[in-house]
Design a binder for this molecule. Structure first.
Ligand code: BES
Ligand code: ZN
Ligand code: ZN
Length: 499
């Protein structure tokens, strides 16, 4: 697939397919408008009959219409004209891409200038357009023996503003963000046997080549030497070695404190000795999506050459039941010296993040952001629409809300209090990995993590258990069943705020 910004007059173009848009009127009983004036006239009867209604994501295909240099014309609904924003554009592009694919042509032109007449919106919409297209183009079929070769499609986003600096930069940013998101999705979709901690680390090393990122990978011996007792303890039950992945990006003076991202890279979580029920256990290959999305975030930051310093940290292991596996009641010591008793081996994410957050703290960063498929309780609380995030730092909360809003990702601020911290006190060690209280399982997990973040460092924890994969048919540019790559776009936006 190739997607490019094309500076050409749409009238003089020859291409098998043309995509234009329709907008529903904000006034009742008023007819829709096709964004291309001449086509509006040509298709007036369809508008009159409300076959073109402008409804959001409506797809109307006119095969062999023979309009100027175009054989086919596709009309995509953008929704009510006063409600069009970057997210509705992103979603409409999913419909556009599916319609182009269904047509079977190798090339299509998108009439971008018709979406907005406002120069102010143009950059935002250009970014959303290409994000919607690339995110929708993602398929994971490399493990199918009889897979059909995906047809190569060239999509031109045609606009007179193609040479405008802001529009061009926004489009390129959209390409990077969506491509990196698709990269992260693939890591998530790979099954546990083909995405072990070692393979995950190697994938990060491979992908970072040529980006300027420095990637360091710690093996089991080094992890032990570095006193990462949480990560080591979880990996005890597995034949696969754990890995600690460090991705460093330098885009600013060495004196500038880094922005740090931390990810849970559990390549398979069966629960350990406190084993999970069989039903749905196969989904636990996705327990590394936080890590995958942090790797994608770091790749995007480097490709966009942001003027910041950033470090991505991914703690990666399996959680299995081998003879050396951690037993309920065992006590381990994290890198920062705090001890914890493991009363449920299935609450393992917090143990590996404990070491990663301790390490992040040592870097004296501007902020620490982490992503983890941490708790089933988060799925119960928010389902698969919003990512719940925890922070006690008001300034960081503002940054997160702004970044998510600009990225078109849904987040929800969750409570984290000293009561939750109290619930995580241990009986035989400093901490327990299980709450002594009832309910609020996501908040108590966050409270546990907080014990490993240095005092005064702004920190936000994103529990992506409900949004990391299988987001259903809510977002047309996300696979119904596969990994979503969630929070990558928001994280890059947060990084940009520190430039
Ligand atoms: N990886 C799971 C959390 C999870 C569950 C993610 C369902 C996505 C969907 C995590 O390691 C876990 O098992 N957490 C336990 C913690 C509990 C034992 C305190 C949970 O949520 O049940
Ligand atoms: Zn678990
Ligand atoms: Zn887990």
């Amino acid at each position: 697939m190739a997607f490019n910004l094309l500076n050409k007059d749409i009238e003089t173009l020859t291409c098998p397919a043309l995509v234009v848009f329709s907008k529903a009127s904000s006034q009742k009983d008023k007819l829709a408008k096709v964004t291309h004036t001449e086509l509006h006239k040509k298709l007036a009867a369809s508008v009159e009959e409300k076959a073109i209604s402008g409804k959001h994501q409506e797809v109307v295909v006119f095969r062999e219409l023979g309009y100027k240099g175009f054989r086919h014309v596709i009309v995509i609904g953008l929704g009510k004209e006063n409600k069009i924003d970057h997210e509705s554009v992103r979603q409409s592009m999913a419909s556009a891409f599916e319609a182009i694919k269904a047509l079977g042509t190798k090339e299509a032109a998108i009439h971008f200038d018709g979406i907005t007449a406002s120069k102010k919106d143009a950059a935002d919409f250009a970014k959303a357009t290409v994000e919607g297209l690339i995110l929708t183009s993602y398929v994971f079929n490399e493990l199918m023996s009889g897979k059909k070769e995906e047809k190569e499609i060239n999509v031109h986003v045609v606009t007179k503003l193609a040479n405008d600096k802001a529009v061009k930069a926004a489009f390129n940013e959209g390409v990077v963000l969506a491509t990196c998101t698709n990269f992260s999705r693939r890591l998530g979709d790979m099954p546990g046997n083909l995405m072990t901690p070692t393979i995950l680390a190697n994938s990060a090393v491979e992908a970072a080549k040529g980006t300027g990122l420095k990637v360091t990978v710690w093996d089991k011996a080094r992890i032990k030497k570095e006193k990462m007792g949480g990560l080591l303890g979880v990996s005890n039950g597995s034949a696969q070695e754990p890995r600690f992945i460090i991705m460093e990006y330098k885009g600013a003076a060495a004196s500038k404190k880094p922005v740090t991202f931390v990810g849970k890279g559990l390549t398979f979580d069966c629960g350990g000795i406190s084993i999970k029920p069989s039903a749905g256990m196969e989904e636990m290959k996705y327990d590394m999506c936080g890590g995958a999305n942090v790797i994608g975030t770091m790749l995007a930051i480097a490709k966009l050459k942001l003027k910041i310093n950033a470090v991505g940290l991914v703690a990666s292991t399996e959680n299995l039941v081998g003879p050396e596996a951690t037993k309920p009641g065992d006590v381990h010591t994290a890198r920062n010296g705090k001890t914890f008793e493991i009363n449920n081996t299935d609450a393992e994410g917090r143990l590996i993040l404990a070491d990663a957050l301790s390490y992040a703290t040592e870097l004296e960063p501007q902020i620490i952001i982490d992503a983890a498929t941490l708790t089933g309780a988060m799925v119960m609380a928010l389902g698969n629409t919003h990512t719940g995030y925890f922070t006690r730092n008001a300034a960081l909360k503002t940054k997160v809300e702004k970044a998510a809003g600009e990225s078109g990702e849904w987040v929800w601020h969750m409570p984290l209090t000293d009561f939750h911290v109290k619930d995580m006190k241990g009986t035989f060690a400093d901490l327990s990995n299980m709450s002594s209280g009832k309910g609020a399982g996501s908040a108590t997990a966050a409270a546990f993590l907080e014990q490993f973040v240095g005092e005064g460092i702004p920190w936000a924890h994103f529990d992506i258990a409900g949004t990391g994969w299988a987001v259903g048919n809510r977002l047309p540019y996300c696979p119904r069943k596969g990994a979503s790559g969630v929070m990558l776009r928001t994280f890059v936006e947060i990084a940009k705020q520190h430039a």
